[in-house]
Design a protein. Sequence first.
Length: 684
Amino acid sequence: MDENSILNRDVRYVKGIGESKAKKLASLGIRTVGDMLTYYPRDYEDRRKIFEIDELHNGMAAQFRAMVIGRVITSALPGGRHITKAAAADDSGALQLVFFNQPYLSKSLVPGKEYMFFGKITLYQGVLTAVSPEHEEIKPGVEPVGRILPVYRLTAGVNRKLIMNSVSSVWDVCATELKDPLPPALVEKYGLMEYARAVRNIHLPNDPEELDAARRRMIFTELLTLSLGLGLLRGKREAAQGKVIPPCRPEEFFGALGFEPTGAQKRVVGAILRDMASGERMNRLVQGDVGSGKTAVAAAACWAVMKNGGQAALMAPTEVLASQHYASLSPIMERFGIKTALLLGKTKAAERRRILAGLASGEIGFAIGTHALFTGDVSFFDLDLVVCDEQQRFGVDQRAKLVSKGGEPHVLVMSATPIPRTLSLVLYGDLDVSVIDELPPGRKPIATYVVGESMRKRIEAFVRKQVALGRQVYIVCPAIDEDDTDELKSVSEYANSLASSVYGDLRVGVLHGRMKPAQKDAAMEAFRRGDADILVSTTVIEVGVDNPNASLMVIENAERFGLSQLHQLRGRVGRGSAESFCVLMTDKTGSERLKALAGTNDGFKIAEKDLELRGPGEFFGSRQSGVPGLRLASLTGDMSLLKSASHEANAILKADPGLCAEENSGLGELVSGFFAGGVGNRFN
Ligand code: ADP
Ligand code: MG
């Protein structure tokens, strides 16, 4: 970033801030003018209007002026806590004031005096109540706020006033020097608010309209920065050289699979082989719904590399899944004279040494494993391709670590989470994307039912019927032995009760995350071999596990799961030719989400719905670990701005691939600032 930029100036030297305030601000990470101006409010309080009490209703956050009437009473609550109650009234009506853990209020709130209150209005025990409202006594000379107030994240010793005053000081000194980072043409094209004015209005809005315009402007800037950053990464990668894997005919490999690949599988394999023959490094994401046959596609790519004497590595997120890949792929590879090894965290020292030697000498061509594949002492003779299965489980840095093991291997990422296009633009902006949009033939859609507790007996009968037909059943529960989830079905307990009572005559297995990896594998294997009729499990089975004989899945407390996760779970059945079923047990049989799931088997449609209903958190793991650098923008609410920003970013980079032009210098600074904030690591 430009060292002379006003944004880099230390706030200490800003008139009106000084040493002592600067120290306090530093405890919030605010050191420079730029930090201060981008310390955006997390919310706002509209204090322009003073409400009459009879206008207040449940759910509002409102300002009202009222007199404290009657006594102010503090009483003790269990656990050493206190509650203080009082009544307040204006000409229009009365309400209750409730404060928690502020016992001193029984002295400072004085009956008969008038106060300006601001707080959340609820119904507490059926009575209209302001909960712990801020309050200030009405005295001559004290003006009501009369404006929209920003709400900041605070810390001890730093209150709202300090931040508001500091922002004001910074703005007064710097406003004229703030340079709009956006090219004027863009500002005009999208009717964006002028930069300095937007900065001020984000913090100290004049009115809701100005606030909206200011936010829109800042959000557009963030999304444009993100899009430019991803575009630059893609550009860099396109320049990266990759080993040329000579073109070959995959039919030879397909012949060993035991089934005819679908058109989509052939198409995606074709794209991969072209990538790897191009001389550029492949960085491709394959998205395919559960059961679409991603493993065969990955295996074909690995085969092509190994056929040419190179090595390939397939990394799975769990030991269960890695073992399963090993079991299904090593016999196929053996037919081509390729040696496969399975490397897990639990692999015994001697075996591990043997495998490491084989990988280093090149004797082992194909390495399958968990992230144990990429710990420090593993080295490869000639690693040309790295495949990450079920990518959403891996951080991008893990992907990077793994890539660092080879010279510059091609990278193939497999994801079973269908991601709406707009999101994949952001999440995987640095990858090329192929979609396997066709399921192997003969698959019947999984019939899905949302049912309540009253149906339990019938469901039990249905489970028995499936078992009697020689099929197997998954029963999935959300959590295990958590103290605060006693109402949830805890897996081990639940399995025991099923095994000893309801299904006492059937063979019931258990699988959960707290089991040792060896126990997990054993449970999974037993189920796959058919040694258990029912597998009671947590979501450990969510990813990739394959047992074509399983035809029914019963999911308990289904409302606790995300929609995409339920879809993934459901994908564990319907992998064979038998008709398959998924039963979602829930108290919330009216749930729109669950109905959406029952209504379609199309993962992409479900992903769109999930995005609409729950926001992008599902895709990023959690909101907190969302896209870094986006402070204001949300990837759901601001979809149309994202599209515009991404469109403009492409146009800008096409004309000026390095962002070197004078008019783009502001954008260049934004992008490097954005990456300096840690985003770079994410995408390296
Ligand atoms: P996913 O995409 O969920 O990883 P898998 O690769 O595990 O799916 O494949 C699911 C099942 O479908 C496996 O049992 C696999 O052998 C089988 N399969 C894959 N492709 C085909 C195909 N073209 N024809 C028939 N069965 C297939
Ligand atoms: Mg898979």
